[in-house]
Design a binder for this molecule. Structure first.
Ligand SMILES: *Cc1c(COP(=O)(O)O)cnc(C)c1O
Length: 381
């Protein structure tokens, strides 16, 4: 294997970031197309930036974030965190007892790794189900987790969502919703309710997913639980810092579901164009994706599936300036390559231009997979 473990993934990510820096410095930001759907952003005025001091920043911006955050997420109280993963960790540290069960229902595996990893830290027993018929809550369960939309943007069925919440509540078990992208995808595209309005006790979303905000986690929920989780998060430094809080606030204010809705129809066009040459792409709600398994089925090679994804993702970046998640992701993230059409960069890219970039990258991929050393060089140097 080329990318063998978390250390390799960090090395790959560092390489991707230095490629990005090189493109920005040598060619300009216009030569990069961030199609990750995690484009993020940092909207802030000069006056706001001048208030970014350790105690003054939170006093001003966290207060405003309460109102804007509750409009976006529902619930009684908002708590901003460094990442969604930090919010999941803080919740599990605060609410889950050793040896108890944490039961997770999600529309499709795999779960975000922060959930099982956090359970592991507190020595809880973790069960996960993507088949609703098999889902059950054992005795001695301290938390039920529901994922609203998975890393690969598979969206939960709202009826099942409600049933899982009701089942947990009938046993007085709190429900945490991992709504990283779901808080927007489910509500805007699928017309579902906010997780807190469906009865979730705690919901958390990623403020750089499908909205122009910074990497961060926005938690909402029942005040009493949020307070408990906040105390735990503060003990371990998991809370968002004032600059992120400011950018979350402005990102939420600037969020507009129209780009998400447009990408919903444009992805059909992209899918049809790609399907003329490849039968390996799948639709996502707002773009197309290529799983490592499908990519491997298309190529004649003994390289492993995820390595092929990493190599293609790095070629897309180095040769075409297209940023997709496998190149830049943190260890353990999904190796699926997604082309998300709801981001600002996607809007300025013609679909034909994008197809040409994908075609050229595939041509190069077919060549380089004949030479493992060359593949390593593409991923790590
Ligand atoms: C992105 C994502 C996360 C983690 O978000 P971070 O901000 O990177 O910690 C968790 N769960 C799901 C379903 C995600 O898509």
């Amino acid at each position: 294997m080329i990318v063998n473990n978390s250390l390799d993934e960090v090395k790959k990510r560092e390489n991707a970031l230095s490629v990005i820096k090189g493109i920005v410095e040598n060619k300009g930001r216009d030569h990069l197309f961030d199609l990750t759907g995690l484009a993020g952003g940092f909207i802030a005025s000069k006056d706001e930036l001048s208030l970014l001091e350790t105690y003054i920043g939170p006093a001003v911006f966290e207060e405003d974030l309460q109102k804007v955050g509750i409009e976006h997420m529902g619930g009684e109280k908002i708590f901003p965190l460094n990442r969604t993963s930090s919010g999941i960790l803080a919740t599990i540290l605060a609410l889950v007892e050793e040896d108890s069960y944490v039961v997770h229902y999600l529309p499709k595996l795999p779960a975000h790794p922060s959930i099982p990893r956090s359970c592991n830290l507190v020595n809880a027993n973790y069960l996960e189900f993507d088949d609703f018929e098999e889902f059950y809550i054992p005795e001695n369960t301290s938390l039920v987790v529901v994922t609203g939309s998975t890393m690969d943007l598979q969206v939960i069925d709202e009826e099942k969502f409600k049933k899982v919440i009701d089942a947990a509540h009938s046993q007085n078990i709190p429900v945490l919703v991992d709504d990283a992208s779901g808080a927007r995808l489910r509500t805007v595209i699928f017309n579902q309710k906010k997780a807190c309005d469906l009865g979730a006790d705690i919901a958390i979303t990623s403020t750089d997913k499908l909205m122009p905000g910074p990497r961060g986690g926005l938690m909402a929920g029942r005040e009493e639980l949020v307070n408990k989780i906040k105390a735990k998060a503060n003990q371990f430094g998991l809370e968002a810092q004032p600059p992120s809080v400011l950018a979350m606030l402005n990102g939420l204010k600037a969020f507009n579901g129209d780009a998400l809705i447009d990408s919903f129809s444009r992805k059909d066009e992209l899918y049809d164009l790609l399907s003329k040459d490849y039968d390996i792409f799948e639709k996502t709600p707002n773009g197309v994706m290529l799983s490592p398994e499908k990519l491997a089925s298309y190529l004649d090679t003994d390289l492993c599936d995820s390595d092929l994804s990493f190599i293609l993702s790095m070629i897309l970046l180095k040769e075409e300036g297209i940023i997709t998640i496998p190149a830049v992701s943190m260890p353990g993230a999904s190796a699926t390559i997604r082309f998300d059409l709801s981001t600002q960069d996607a809007v300025k890219l013609e679909l034909n231009q994008l197809i040409n970039k994908i075609n050229s990258s595939f041509d190069m991929l077919k060549e380089v997979i004949k030479n493992k050393e060359k593949c390593k060089e593409i991923v790590f140097n």
